[in-house]
Design a protein around this ligand. Structure first.
Ligand code: ZN
Ligand code: ZN
Length: 245
């Protein structure tokens, strides 16, 4: 921290990125102690492919019923946090209240988590789940892209946010039943130029995943376009399938 930063902290005391209470930045970064403690890391037992948390601790990590029945097109989806506690508050502010500065702190948490995941080697391309232009106009930004930027710069990997596109507008997944969610995103994405993704390992980045249908559909078109493997990195995984996102 420079003298100028310290001076700015005295004039404008730093506030928590989530609850806006005053903080001691040296202790818990951009969050207050309570908010920092409220980030719940995703922990076992979870599905080894889609990361859905299991309610029962009777068994360790294993495949969930959905992945057993119909294996996703992606190799695995990694999630930094459970969709509960501080991360829910943070995502709502980030996504629906235009607090885009949260991409800095949340993106950093995601990037630090990404350092520890195993995603093969070489030819890595980071891609956000694209938003339809209509949704992009409404919100003004793609929250997935803001996070993907942080992850790419942290991992020193290439970022591509133009090749994977929305082919059509889809209704929000929230509120749809399981089979409706799958149908809703079927054919919703396209790869503009397959040569960009050919033989590449793709890391798809998004903020929240519930059933994983959107990630799976993105992975399906990427694999069909010649990608070597697709992994997913999400900030928070919802175990409750009826959760609002
Ligand atoms: Zn706070
Ligand atoms: Zn699963």
């Amino acid at each position: 921290m420079t003298i100028l930063d310290k001076l700015i902290d005295i004039i404008y005391p730093p506030r928590c990125h989530v609850c806006h209470g005053f903080i001691d930045r040296a202790e818990t970064g951009p969050f207050c102690k309570d908010c920092y403690a409220g980030f719940a890391k995703l922990s076992s037992p979870i599905c080894t492919v889609c990361s859905t948390p299991f309610a029962s601790e009777a068994q360790g990590d294993h495949l969930c019923e959905d992945c057993l029945r119909d294996r996703p097109a992606y190799r695995s989806a990694f999630a930094a946090f459970h969709y509960r506690g501080t991360v829910v508050k943070a995502i709502h502010q980030f996504k629906y209240r235009a607090k885009t500065y949260l991409s800095e702190s949340l993106g950093r948490l995601m990037a630090e988590y990404a350092e520890g995941i195993s995603i093969g080697s070489g030819n890595l391309l980071i891609m956000p789940v694209p938003l339809h232009p209509k949704r992009l106009r409404e919100r003004g930004y793609n929250q997935g892209l803001l996070l993907a930027r942080r992850v790419a710069s942290h991992l020193k990997a290439e970022l591509d946010f133009l090749t994977l596109r929305r082919a059509r507008y889809t209704a929000p997944q929230a509120g749809l039943k399981k089979d409706e969610r799958k149908r809703n995103v079927r054919g919703a994405f396209k790869v503009k130029d397959p040569s960009v993704v050919e033989d590449k390992t793709i890391l798809l980045v998004d903020d929240v995943s519930t059933t994983g249908n959107t990630l799976n559909e993105c992975a399906r078109v990427l694999m069909r376009s010649g990608s070597r493997e697709v992994f997913c990195l999400i900030l928070a995984k919802a175990g409750d399938r009826s959760v609002f996102i």
